[in-house]
Design a protein around this ligand. Structure first.
Ligand SMILES: [Zn+2]
Length: 483
């Protein structure tokens, strides 16, 4: 089972210490939530055709001086074709400002950085967030340098890392454009200028070890950074080149920006934590919110791919994983477009656990519910998917007291001034589902989302905002027999 960010955060000693006052007194380690894609078993290598390309192109002459970065900029990237195979394709960058440095309005790349979590380093146990960040980075890194060859007005990356970086930037731009469209007329300023640590040397995903992590990508809200780790073991598509993986991470960025305002001192990191006694007491809110974060990241990644190719790919992780039984099972669990995604009693019980490891599984139930609600509504997925994801984004942060967003839900939990009437002082699966359902204005879509969520998440239907005519019946194909 792939560790999840929340699982990681809670492994070992209680370590959630983000309050400004408490942190000074504590000798507990900061452990940040890293929103991962997956930690698979070993075995990476470069795509055969990529290796061939890089050898050919390395032999060619790269630019002696920096190429123009006038937008739209025609570049070659590695993107999936109609058969799901990655191949060099001419595409455009519209937000790039310096193609050699991979700097643009939405992101800038940083190379050569080293970030190590060290429980024995006193500088990582005291001070504010900025001081902590400084203590975390052994090497802050510097700007990257990509090489290109121009051919008929199109820039071709000249070596492997240039292919990987320019494709990663393009992937992030695809995600940005997708969310920009969903945001509507609001200017998503919080989504600009994201630092992307390329090939970051870090042990952050396994902080108990002093070894560098590989074969992964993550986003951290408190640190406001994305990282692509070195590849070592995968056999197919590197994370940075996988459009779905980068979109998944970007979706974490959007949710964390909207719901937690990227605040390192957000109460989300302390809710459920009894700082007096250094105990984790009620983990259900964190675990539910963490599950939503993972499930919606997969759903939006599908949406980004769909915007690109017109079809979408829920199983995008399979592009990067191998054919081992472990990888196949992992991709099956995450593929919300297929199979039976239904809540098991033990998953529900685990929501209160400090060793929660079900974020991806429970998250997939949300993703499956939204995906199938759009699919089952007359007109089909093509007619309703965009409306669905817009409703989801609108539900992240909504100050209307009659229709609060997820942000208001957890702030209510923290302050005790809960907007909720069903479960005051407690965030339940019904509560978060109700927030999403209440933001779907299309009647049929909402009704189908009710059926899906009640059926898959095994919600107590009487505690939902759903009209009884939208309850699934026991013979329904959604998790039959339930509730
Ligand atoms: Zn994730």
């Amino acid at each position: 089972m792939a560790p999840c960010c929340y699982n990681k955060r809670l492994d070992g000693q209680p370590s959630v210490q983000f309050t400004k006052t408490q942190r000074q007194k504590s000798n507990l380690q900061f452990l940040l939530p890293f929103y991962l894609v997956v930690i698979p078993a070993p075995l990476w290598c470069i795509l055969p055709h990529m290796r061939r390309l890089s050898l050919l192109l390395l032999a060619a002459l790269a630019f002696a001086c920096a190429p123009s970065s006038e937008t739209p900029l025609a570049i070659m990237v590695l993107a999936p074709n109609a058969n799901g195979l990655f191949e060099p394709q001419p595409q455009q960058l519209t937000t790039i400002e310096n193609i050699s440095k991979l700097e643009g309005s939405i992101a800038h790349f940083i190379g050569g950085a080293r970030m190590f979590v060290d429980a024995n380093n006193p500088k990582q146990a005291t001070g504010n967030m900025e001081q902590y960040k400084k203590a975390l980075f052994k090497n802050e890194g510097s700007g990257v340098r990509a090489q290109f060859i121009e051919k008929d007005g199109v820039l071709w990356p000249a070596d492997f890392h240039s292919w990987a970086m320019v494709t990663a930037y393009w992937n992030l731009e695809q995600a940005f454009l997708y969310f920009n469209e969903i945001y509507g007329k609001q200017n998503p300023e919080e989504l600009l200028d994201l630092p992307v640590y390329y090939w970051l040397d870090t042990n952050a995903l396994e902080p108990d070890k002093q070894e560098s992590n590989t074969d992964n990508a993550f986003f951290s809200g408190p640190l406001r950074m994305m990282a692509v780790l070195p590849f070592k073991s995968f056999q197919t598509i590197p994370m940075s080149i996988n459009l779905g993986v980068m979109a998944h991470e970007y979706a974490h960025f959007v949710l964390n920006a909207r719901v937690y305002h990227l605040d390192p001192y957000s109460p989300i990191y302390t809710v459920g934590y009894d700082s007096e006694n250094s105990l984790l007491v009620n983990m259900e809110p964190q675990n539910i919110l963490g599950s939503i974060d993972e499930g919606l990241a997969d759903l939006h990644a599908y949406g980004v791919i769909r915007k690109f190719d017109g079809n979408g790919m829920a199983n995008f992780i399979a592009w990067s994983l191998d054919e081992t039984p472990f990888s196949k099972e992992l991709t099956r669990q995450r593929n919300f477009s297929q199979g039976s995604h239904c809540m098991l009693p033990e998953w529900k019980t685990s929501l209160a656990s400090t060793k929660f490891g079900m974020a991806y599984r429970i998250g997939s139930l949300f993703a499956a519910s939204f995906y199938w609600a759009a699919t089952k509504t007359p007109g089909g997925r093509n007619a309703h998917f965009d409306t669905m994801v817009k409703s989801i984004i609108n539900a992240y942060d909504d100050e209307d007291p009659k229709n609060p967003g997820i942000r208001q839900l957890y702030l209510g939990e923290v302050s005790g001034a809960s907007y909720l009437t069903q479960h005051p002082g407690k965030i339940s699966l019904e509560d978060v589902s109700n927030v999403f359902l209440s933001h779907i204005s299309h009647d049929d879509l909402r009704c189908n989302a009710c059926k899906q969520m009640i059926g898959r998440l095994k919600l107590s239907q009487g505690n939902t905002v759903c009209n009884p005519s939208c309850y699934p019946n026991a013979s329904d194909e959604i998790c039959p027999g339930q509730p």
